[in-house]
Unconditional design. Structure first.
Length: 101
């Protein structure tokens, strides 16, 4: 009976250790799951932030394209004016030469 009681105490001690170890593993698992959920949420937030940045960049690109087209039109108009002035200048030079002669 004494040996059985001693064996029962040993088994109870092992059971207590196993319970404590199970509790520790469950706590670590819970913490790992919580960390995973937090990381997942942070990743979602980062993806959302990057999407918003991308939209902003796309808007900037569209704006720059419009600005570029407007500048090209402006340059073409200036070139046309220069061409007109050069033509007028050539005409005046010819007129001056005719008048000189």
């Amino acid at each position: 009976i004494v040996e059985l009681e001693k064996k029962q105490q040993e088994l109870q001690c092992e059971l207590d250790k196993s319970e404590q170890e199970r509790h520790n593993v469950e706590s670590e698992l819970s913490k790992t799951q919580e960390d995973y959920a937090n990381s997942k949420e942070e990743a979602r937030e980062e993806i959302e932030r990057l999407k918003n940045m991308l939209v902003g960049c796309e808007l900037d690109i569209d704006g720059l394209r419009k600005e570029g087209r407007a500048l090209k039109r402006k340059v073409r108009r200036k070139q046309a004016k220069v061409k007109t002035i050069m033509t007028e200048l050539n005409g005046l030079e010819k007129l001056c030469k005719v008048q000189e002669n």
